[in-house]
Design a binder for this molecule. Structure first.
Ligand SMILES: NC(=O)c1ccc[n+]([C@@H]2O[C@H](COP(=O)([O-])OP(=O)(O)OC[C@H]3O[C@@H](n4cnc5c(N)ncnc54)[C@H](OP(=O)(O)O)[C@@H]3O)[C@@H](O)[C@H]2O)c1
Length: 253
């Protein structure tokens, strides 16, 4: 991955941030995107301190104009785009199908599902233009397969990513761009900490963790390793696939 260029959304935190650091360690030039520019600038500094190249761009993935600017910034800075990781996402506010306000639904769908569509739209265009092929990894969830009460917006957004990823792969793989969906299980990030707060420590420790075969939450670095694999030549025959990295959670449900 030396001198290849990767664009990562949701890089101000959690899985996206760990993925940016993992790509930098492999020698890739990294563009990091999210809404909180201070966090991104701190990440760029720490990557540069490793002797690698990185650049930050403030981005709202739910805005086509902002996403277009993000990809243009990548090309202007590093001249090409080889890999894209679409990790930007929110859990939103949970609420029953009956009570969930329309605007809460729209916000989650606009960021998680439409945002990933917009990112791929401009990323794939840039990859095709540079003519070197590429790989895109979208970030789904175990909730790409499993629903839960009060989770309709989040669960729908993550289920939708299977269809979006599969359709994009069918269009882009013949042109040399592989597209896959990583589906993380419980992963220790700020999103995880917020969800643990809602579930409560007791139910988390005694109800959720024992259902995971590996009996623990995953780390953002473990997700980053799987994302690196999906982008690497080792995954050259993998496209349109979901890779579930959940310590065995989904199979127990
Ligand atoms: N942690 C888990 O247990 C878990 C499990 C399954 C799936 N996932 C998925 O993994 C992905 C990463 O989650 P995480 O756990 O790393 O959560 P996180 O720590 O909360 O990070 C989410 C990232 O998304 C960015 N983001 C949110 N809205 C955005 C927007 N409109 N435009 C651009 N960036 C935006 C946030 O940055 P800003 O706020 O700076 O914009 C942040 O960098 C998400 O898609 C999530 O659904 C997580």
């Amino acid at each position: 991955m030396k001198n290849k260029v990767v664009l990562i959304t949701g890089a101000s935190s959690g899985i996206g941030k760990a993925t940016a650091e993992a790509f930098a360690k492999k020698g890739a030039n990294v563009v990091v995107a999210a809404r909180r520019i201070e966090e991104l600038q701190a990440l760029v500094k720490s990557i540069e301190a490793m002797g690698c190249k990185a650049s930050a761009i403030k981005t709202d993935v739910s805005s086509a104009k902002s996403v277009e600017q993000m990809v243009a910034h990548t090309i202007n800075t590093f001249g090409r785009l080889d890999y894209a990781v679409n990790s930007a996402g929110i859990e939103g506010n949970f609420g029953s199908v009956i009570d969930l306000p329309e605007e809460e639904w729209d916000q989650v769908i606009n960021i998680n599902l439409k945002g990933t569509f917009l990112c791929m739209k401009y990323q794939a265009k840039a990859m095709l233009k540079s003519g070197n092929g590429g790989a895109i990894v979208n970030i789904g969830s175990v909730n790409s397969f499993l629903g839960f009460p009060t989770g309709s917006a989040y669960v729908t957004s993550k289920h939708g990513l299977i269809g979006l990823t599969s359709s994009a792969s069918a269009e882009l793989a013949p042109q040399g761009i592989r597209v896959n969906l990583l589906c993380p299980g419980v992963t220790k990030t700020p999103m995880h900490d917020r969800l643990r707060g809602i579930v409560g420590d007791d139910l988390y420790d005694k109800g959720l963790i024992p259902t995971i075969h590996l009996q623990r939450a995953g780390s953002p670095e473990e997700m980053a390793n799987a994302i690196l694999f999906l982008c690497s030549d080792g995954a050259s025959y993998i496209s349109g696939s979901t890779l579930t990295v959940d310590g065995g959670l989904t199979l127990t449900m």
